[in-house]
Write a protein that binds this ligand. Structure first.
Ligand code: TPP
Ligand code: MG
Length: 343
């Protein structure tokens, strides 16, 4: 990774043992959720589509550890990890995946429409590149209201080819908005490798065209992500304007559950799993440096299993929405109150 532009001060080393373990805990909670979701989807318990975040957990955990609850994020179609790390409840997330009434969107959205405004999670998004302008709008509101809130926009390598990316970076730059664009470069946009689909060498090179700084870190290294996010979010909060952080990672699972993955070899995937898994790397580092021990790590897994099992029980026990709820929450008025408006 000789080309990384990574000048960030090492805040990670200064974290308390507890905070470091919290980062690993967040990654393990996300992984446990995702593994369960894959199993449930394959068993036809979950309808629709799911895109898994397995292998990319260090980005959500490392960025979100630097955000306050009143800061905002916008997410993607691969958004479970972002929601969990920002503080969304896994039981309501699971209920949403099951299409149940107790879900975040009352069961009408599913995986790609999980939002929890109470913790600043402004939404996953089925539209690739749909989060850019929402994040910029949130950052603009913070600037106008003179709060010191920050917005973080997560987006994929493929999303950086959307027009919305370019509009958002330009506006954020000229108005010096408190927004950090966090690119999750997982090497593929659906079936298209980034080496084919990206005109620039790096996603972060594109920042320059908009007068903002672009950086690259190893997105599978929790310390690197943490340090970069800490610095850039701090800068944005202090009124220094936007930045783009490219996190190099790898999409371990198919684009969606069920993807036949004809565009890459099993060997390629296995190599990344063996050598670059963010959780295994973090665990090894924590064990080697005595931050925790095997029993401590086993406890994190046991607690995550318990939490996610409870989430599944909650989802299974919850009711489906009623057919007459179908038009609720679609309009700013209630069709039940004004039936003539939707006839
Ligand atoms: C505007 C739009 N175009 C195309 C799609 C279909 N689509 C869904 S995910 C995806 C690839 C996105 O790749 P990337 O931004 O790298 O995110 P990743 O899936 O790798 O996390 C595409 C093309 C879409 N949902 N929305
Ligand atoms: Mg991608």
């Amino acid at each position: 990774m000789a080309e990384l532009k990574n000048p960030f001060p090492d805040q990670f080393s200064a974290l308390t043992q507890e905070k470091k373990i919290k980062l690993l805990e967040t990654m393990i909670r996300i992984r446990t959720f995702e593994i369960k979701v894959e199993e449930l989807f394959l068993n036809k318990k979950i309808p629709g589509f799911v895109h898994l975040y397995i292998g990319e957990e260090a980005i959500a955990a490392g960025v979100m550890a630097n955000l306050r609850v009143d800061d905002w994020i916008t997410s993607t179609h691969r958004g479970h990890g972002h929601a969990i790390a920002k503080g969304a409840k896994t039981d309501r997330m699971m209920a949403e995946l099951f299409g149940k009434k107790t879900g975040y969107c009352k069961g009408k959205g599913g995986s790609m429409h999980i939002a929890d405004f109470s913790v600043g999670m402004l939404g996953a998004n089925g539209v690739v590149g749909g989060g850019f302008n929402i994040a910029v709008g949130a950052a603009l509101s913070a600037q106008i209201k003179k709060t010191d809130q920050v917005a973080v926009c997560f987006f994929g390598d493929g999303a950086s080819n959307r027009g919305t990316f370019h509009e958002a970076l330009n506006l954020a730059s000229i108005w010096k908005l408190p927004v950090v664009f966090v690119n999750e470069n997982n090497q593929y946009a659906s079936t298209t490798p980034v080496s084919y689909g990206l005109s620039a060498k790096h996603v972060s090179d594109r920042a320059k065209g908009y007068g903002i700084e672009g950086y690259i870190v190893d997105g599978n290294n929790i310390a690197e992500v943490y340090n970069a996010a800490s610095y850039l979010i701090g800068q944005a909060r202090a009124g220094k304007g936007p930045a783009l952080l490219e996190c190099l990672t790898y999409r371990v699972k198919g684009h969606y559950v069920g993807d036949p993955e004809r565009y890459r070899t099993r060997e390629e995937v296995q190599k990344m799993v063996n050598e670059r898994d963010p959780i295994q790397t973090c665990k090894k580092r924590f064990l080697d440096s005595g931050i925790t021990n095997e029993a401590g790590i086993a406890k994190l897994y046991a607690e995550a299993e318990e939490e996610i099992s409870a989430a599944v029980r909650f989802a299974e026990a919850s009711p489906l929405p009623e057919p007459e709820d179908a038009l609720d929450d679609l309009f700013s008025f209630s069709p039940k109150e004004f039936p003539e408006a939707v006839q």
